[in-house]
Structure formats: structure tokens, C-alpha cells
Design a protein around this ligand. Structure first.
Ligand SMILES: [Zn+2]
Length: 248
């Protein structure tokens, strides 16, 4: 009997509620905007949870932190309208700063128990040469929170959420920016929506940086689809939640 028959790769098109946990405001859309728009069109509700305040990448240094936060959220809501995001949540940990891993994990546990998603999408913390600590921490804490959601002796950051929570079925976890994809998703139909969403993030990219990003995404989407029957794809690692431990 094969491992795949015991822990089959979840079918992401069965997703009804997807909690998309990202380090910064734009990561979900840059890494998986085509996939998310497609899942939303397929009937899934999308919830975004952003770990950090994202204030370090702001282009206009004349803005106060409050003004910068407002600009970031403005961009994120505009992008969310295009992708079809139902609700946004923010944790406000300091971008590229010092914060506690276990506090982050407790906050992720809270949102998983509160929102009861059947899929979680996040950055792959094991991406080769990923140097950004926010990405490594966020991906790892999200994966651990998925694994521990049903273990109610492990507290979240909100005791009232924990008290009300009864364990639910999480079908799978989807990683983007991944080293070892096991699914190349055809995003040809949602490519334009993804681009339009990414272009909303004006507070974080100069026009020159944005053009470079768009060119890179353009090339990447075609590169990952090489050998497939469609022109553009996003590379994903889709795992059964029991595959998050001991190499199963
Ligand atoms: Zn990021």
C-alpha cells in the first residue's frame, strides 16, 4: 500500500474556506493570486491573515507610520476586491523585527479555530535560499498551527476562542514560493486578475520596481508551466495535514 493512498494529496478545488496566512500585505497575491482567484470563482471563501505591519518596505519615507499603514491597507483592499477576498485580519508584528515565534503561532491558532478553514495557504518556510525571517517564521508557525489546531491543550492567544472551539477537519495545507511543488495550477484564466491585484501595491513598489516584478512574475508563470498543456501556472506544494510531521 502506498503512502499516497493513505494520505492522498488533497483536492484544492474542494476548498470551501481558505485561510491565507502571509508575512506581508502582498505575499498571497504575488505568490498565489492566480490560484486564489480561481478557488474563489470555484466557490471558496478567502480570508487573509497578515502577520507583520509591513512598514519597512514603504516607498514614501515622508509618510508617518499611521499614514503608511493606511496606504498599505488601501492597496490591500483594492487587490482583495479583484481576487475576491471575503475578510482581512492583521496581527501587526514588526516587519523584519523582533517578535516571538510562539506568540505568532498562538495568533495563527486563534484564527484557525475561529474561522474553521478547510484549507490553509501560506509561504513555504523551507524554500531554498529564503532569507527573510518573516517568511520563515510565518510559514513554519502556520504549518505548526495547522498540525496543532485540534490539540486543544495547546492554547491560542484567545481563551474564549479556545473554549468555544470543537476540533474540525482541515483537509490540507497549500504552500506557495515552494522548492518542491507537487501541483502546477493552470492560472491562464486568472492571470490578468492576479496582475491587476499585484499592481495595486503601489505603496511598496516604485513604478520601476513594479515593472520588474511584473516581468519576473510573467516569466515565472510561463516557466513553471513548461511541459504543461497550459501557458501559465503557479507552483504549489499541497499536503495532507498528517504529512507535516516525520516525513510522511
Ligand atoms: Zn513578504
Amino acid at each position: 500500500m502506498s503512502i499516497e493512498s493513505i494520505l492522498p494529496k488533497p483536492n484544492i478545488f474542494e476548498a470551501k474556506r481558505v485561510l491565507c496566512i502571509q508575512p506581508h500585505y502582498d505575499d498571497n497575491d504575488i505568490g498565489a493570486g492566480g490560484t486564489l482567484a480561481l478557488l474563489q470563482q470555484n466557490g471558496a471563501e478567502l480570508f487573509y491573515l497578515t502577520a507583520t505591519d509591513d512598514l519597512m518596505g514603504i516607498v514614501d519615507h515622508a509618510l508617518s507610520d499611521e499614514e503608511a499603514a493606511q496606504a498599505l491597507r488601501h492597496d490591500q483592499f483594492a487587490a482583495g476586491e479583484i481576487v475576491g477576498v471575503k475578510e482581512q485580519f492583521w496581527l501587526g508584528y514588526p516587519d523584519a523585527g523582533e517578535y516571538n515565534y510562539f506568540a505568532l503561532r498562538r495568533d495563527f491558532l486563534k484564527h484557525i479555530r475561529m474561522l474553521r478553514p478547510d484549507f490553509i495557504l501560506t509561504v513555504d518556510p523551507w524554500l531554498t535560499y529564503e532569507a527573510h525571517h518573516d517568511h520563515i517564521q510565518t510559514g513554519l508557525a502556520a504549518a505548526e498551527a495547522v498540525m496543532f489546531a485540534g490539540l486543544t491543550k495547546i492554547p491560542s492567544s484567545d481563551p474564549t476562542v479556545d473554549t468555544a472551539y470543537t476540533p474540525h477537519d482541515i483537509k490540507g495545507i497549500i504552500f506557495y514560493h515552494t522548492r518542491e511543488p507537487n501541483q502546477i495550477l493552470d492560472i491562464s484564466e486568472t492571470w490578468e486578475a492576479k496582475l491587476a491585484a499585484v499592481r495595486c501595491y503601489e505603496a511598496q513598489f516604485t513604478s520601476q520596481e513594479m515593472n520588474q516584478l511584473v516581468m519576473a512574475l510573467d516569466a515565472k508563470s510561463q516557466q513553471v508551466a513548461a511541459g504543461e498543456s497550459f501557458p501559465r501556472g503557479e507552483a504549489l506544494k499541497v499536503l495532507h495535514t498528517s504529512a507535516l510531521h516525520c516525513g510522511l
